[in-house]
Design a binder for this molecule. Structure first.
Ligand SMILES: Cc1cc2nc3c(=O)[nH]c(=O)nc-3n(C[C@H](O)[C@H](O)[C@H](O)COP(=O)(O)O)c2cc1C
Length: 488
């Protein structure tokens, strides 16, 4: 065999070395090391202690400003220490990740974690595998950057190189990895591996080309429309890192709208005032208000909770019927309950985080609306506490509610029938149910408060249910309200 001549020997230039993943501090974060080895992260005036580290690890951690390679499993003691520091930072959302060629200051892609558990993984690619873009992935402009994201992904990607956008276009059709490797502007295996890990790319059988929707996941996922899953993941907590809630983001830019709509011009007909005695319903509507402060010396009792659940959500009747417009369609089961529901689907389930109820052991329960029973669900104490604490925080209350009701939707119950409007119908059903919870609580002399946010990731961890199968779409704090202070 002839040795290759010098002329043909490939010398690797920085432009041809494949890009690697580097771990970098979020630009808003600075690390401070104390003489005793303790390291803290400073973020916008806050300081987060991260533990104590050796001088060598603290020295290496300085490189987190520009980027350190992902730790290797065979790394030395210092590398393992730096990994511990990185994991501490990752859990607090203080890291981002660069995909860049070694020695190149420009990122091809910057990865922004969206969930506290996100850690970039670059599994080895199989040349024979076929991959395609997820139908939930999308590119959009954010500020002056191009973002690639998906409601299924634990991270979003800022794309800095137009050739990657071009590659994504090609990936709208299933492609073999071996073919992608030969494409012009191929960005190296790390990006493909990251995208697969994030479920922005999915692996399919070459034979599944025509059934990509089915190939992407289980039946629960097949039933979701793109905009519905995006709306669900982006309007709840747990699967995104965007600021959320009453943050008044447009103060200073746009004046607040008046509470009462400016009157239409033209003829007005003044309506007569009613002078009849208020009916019980009128009185109930009049008395209903939100209660955020609960009397923990006189908690709600099990008997009151039972009456409450019976009146708001218990199954009143069951029947089944054939699919409309199809003689050979499947039989569909229906129920009737105290509140109205789109298509009589009754997709909403009640889960109770019971903190303080006389006669009921604290814990997490599902309300079986058919059997009128509570089924205990084993959950980790820290998850249970986190759920109650965040409800207390959302209500700006001195303590969590005595019972936190999570309204969860069995999404497929609605989306099996309704295209494009499924998630909107679910939220409308939640509104109807919330008013029912308020009115029944008021009627029983109890107090309650709707809560606008819920953490879908936390609920998934507590129940083991995938976020696209069943998950929170509303919450309601319930209990016995504090007596108002005596007048005068
Ligand atoms: C959909 C919905 C979400 C709400 N979210 C919250 C919340 O997160 N925190 C809170 O303290 N109150 C929340 N509320 C309660 C409202 O603040 C309250 O209904 C409103 O201020 C009117 O007061 P009232 O209920 O006492 O009449 C919510 C109410 C609704 C209907």
């Amino acid at each position: 065999m002839r040795a290759p001549s010098k002329k043909y020997e490939k010398k690797k230039s920085p432009r041809t070395t494949p890009p690697v993943v580097l771990v970098r501090l979020n630009p808003l974060v600075a690390l401070e090391t104390q003489p005793d080895g303790s390291i803290a992260a400073h973020v916008e005036g806050y300081s987060e202690p991260l533990g104590t580290f050796s001088a060598a690890a603290a020295e290496r951690a300085l490189e987190l400003q520009t980027g350190l390679p992902l730790p290797r499993s065979e790394g030395d003691a210092v590398e393992r220490e730096v990994e511990r520091l990185m994991r501490q930072l990752a859990r607090r959302g203080l890291l981002e990740y660069r995909l860049a060629r070694t020695g190149d200051a420009n990122d091809l892609v910057t990865i922004e974690p969206q969930t506290p558990d996100y850690w970039p993984r670059t599994p080895k690619l199989d040349d024979a595998a076929t991959v395609v873009l997820s139908r939930f992935a999308y590119l959009r402009r954010r500020g002056t950057e191009m973002i690639l994201e998906s409601p299924r992904a634990g991270a979003l990607l800022r794309i800095h190189d137009a050739r990657i956008a071009a590659l994504l276009t090609i990936l709208a059709t299933p492609q073999k990895i071996s073919r992608i490797r030969r494409l012009d502007g191929y960005p190296g295996p790390a990006l493909l591996a990251l995208l697969l890990d994030c479920q922005i790319l999915i692996e399919v059988d070459a034979a599944q080309r025509d059934t990509l929707r089915k190939a992407e996941g289980d039946d629960g996922l097949v039933l979701w429309d793109f905009h519905d899953l995006l709306f669900h993941a982006r309007s709840t907590e747990g699967r995104q890192a965007n600021p959320l809630g009453g943050l008044y983001p447009h103060t200073g830019l746009i004046a607040p709208l008046p509470a009462i709509r400016p009157a239409w011009p033209g003829k007005r007909i003044k309506l007569p005032e009613s002078d009849r005695i208020a009916s019980p319903l009128e009185q109930l509507l009049h008395d209903r208000h939100s209660t955020r402060d609960f009397d923990n010396h006189k908690p709600i009792t099990l008997a009151e909770l039972s009456t409450f659940l019976n009146n708001v959500a218990r199954v009143r009747a069951k029947w089944s019927g054939q699919l409309e417009f199809a003689d050979d369609g499947p039989d569909i089961e229906y129920t009737s309950r105290p509140y109205p529901a789109a298509g009589s689907a009754y997709e909403l389930e009640l889960y109770l985080a019971v903190a303080n109820c006389d006669g009921l052991t604290p814990g997490f329960y599902h309300y079986d609306a058919d059997a009128h029973a509570l089924a205990a669900i084993d959950v980790r104490p820290q998850h249970f506490e986190a759920m109650l604490q965040s409800a207390g925080f959302a209500m700006d209350a001195p303590s969590p509610p005595q019972i936190l009701i999570t309204i969860a939707a069995r999404f497929g119950r609605i989306s099996w029938k309704y295209s494009a409007i499924a998630y909107a119908l679910i939220l409308k059903d939640v509104g109807v149910l919330i008013q029912t919870l308020y009115l029944v609580a008021t009627d029983l002399g109890l107090g309650g408060c709707a809560i606008g946010t819920a953490n879908i990731d936390l609920f998934a961890k507590m129940t083991g249910l995938d976020i696209h199968v069943e998950g929170p779409v509303g919450q309601f704090g319930l209990g016995r309200g504090m007596e108002p202070p005596p007048a005068g």
